[in-house]
Design a protein around this ligand. Structure first.
Ligand SMILES: [Mn+2]
Length: 326
């Protein structure tokens, strides 16, 4: 049993490292902090490392002070959570192969010795909420807050199509331990800084659409002009995904003169995880991302063309299979 393997590894270790993906979202942060605090509570030495630290949206979370940008030596057990491949850790592991991989991305590359990957799970934090008791770990109100934040973030407040009754039951269990869902919901999903909102404004003003596709870009100049200093999308992708009757929304985030990050959101049956994976990224059927070499204009041109082609393909397939049935 995978739970027994994980429990044995935890019992046998005295110093445990935890890391997740670059530009960590609420799930990456919530899962890392929740697991980190639970391991501290059973007397382990714990290092939690996130290459990009924690954005201001999640700095209120218990355990946020645990987070460092690099590992110190002497770790017996290395755990990677919410991360589909090792490149996404941002190089914090060096050559080290992790012992345990806990994730829910369908594109996960199963890179560790023990891989607990459940693509049907709404969040990595939900996987932890379900499995931690089998590893001898228990929940405190602080741990419940971080895990519930992870579940709320990845499900965009239980709005994504992978929200199940099980995810609601897990969330309810965390509420019973002492997590306040309304407070956490507001902080994780509704509150944005003035700078982040201004940053959105630049991108929203240049938003475009064509055949079910909606797209826009956040540039380095926008970042400077708005005073938003995170290197993420300031959550704009989620706003784009709320646009009525779109099929695929694409956000381009200029990272440097030669690198551009792409974030896709899709509605309904359009699975964009393969498209992201083809371009070196990964994700979920309705939410995926990749980082590409090239200027913003180059990447935008290429990715829009590929996404349009993909949309056409999926639609013509749907029409054909419909015809077959008749
Ligand atoms: Mn996640």
């Amino acid at each position: 049993m995978i739970d027994d393997m994980i429990r044995e590894k935890i019992v046998g270790a005295s110093s445990i490292g935890i890391t997740s993906h670059i530009r960590p979202d609420g799930d990456a942060i919530g899962a890392s902090l929740g697991l980190g605090m639970a391991l501290l509570n059973i007397g382990k030495k714990v290092q939690v490392v996130l290459k990009d630290g924690i954005s201001s949206t999640f700095r209120h979370l218990p355990g946020a002070d645990l987070v460092k940008r690099a590992f110190e030596p002497g770790i017996d057990l290395m755990i990677v959570d919410d991360c589909s491949d090792l490149i996404r850790t941002g190089g914090v592991l060096g050559d080290r192969i992790p012992d345990i991989n806990i994730d829910h991305h369908i594109t996960n590359e199963l890179f560790a010795e023990v891989n607990l990957v459940e693509p049907d799970s709404v969040a990595t934090s939900a996987i932890l909420a379900k499995h931690m008791p089998f590893w001898g770990l228990s929940f405190t109100p602080e741990i419940a807050k971080t895990l519930l934040t992870g579940i709320l973030s990845d499900s965009i407040g239980f709005r994504t199509s992978n929200t199940t009754s099980e995810s609601l039951r897990l969330a309810a269990g965390l509420m019973d331990v002492g997590a306040d869902i309304s407070e956490l919901y507001n902080k994780a999903l509704l509150t944005h800084s003035y700078e982040a909102t201004k940053f959105w404004g630049f991108a929203l003003a240049r938003m475009q659409r064509e055949n079910g596709l909606v797209w826009t870009a956040l540039t380095l100049d926008d970042r400077k002009a708005s005073g938003y200093f995170g290197n993420d999308d300031a959550d704009l992708t989620n706003l784009l995904s709320s646009i009525e009757s779109y099929e695929v929304a694409v956000l381009f985030i200029e990272q440097s003169i030669t690198r551009t990050r792409v974030s896709w959101r899709s509605a309904g049956e359009f699975d964009i995880s393969n498209l992201a994976h083809e371009m070196g990224g990964g994700g979920h059927p309705n939410a995926a991302g990749a980082e590409l070499e090239g200027t913003l204009a180059e990447v935008q041109e290429k990715v829009l063309r590929m996404t349009q082609d993909y949309l056409k393909q999926v639609k013509s397939y749907a029409i054909n299979s419909d015809g077959d049935r008749k």
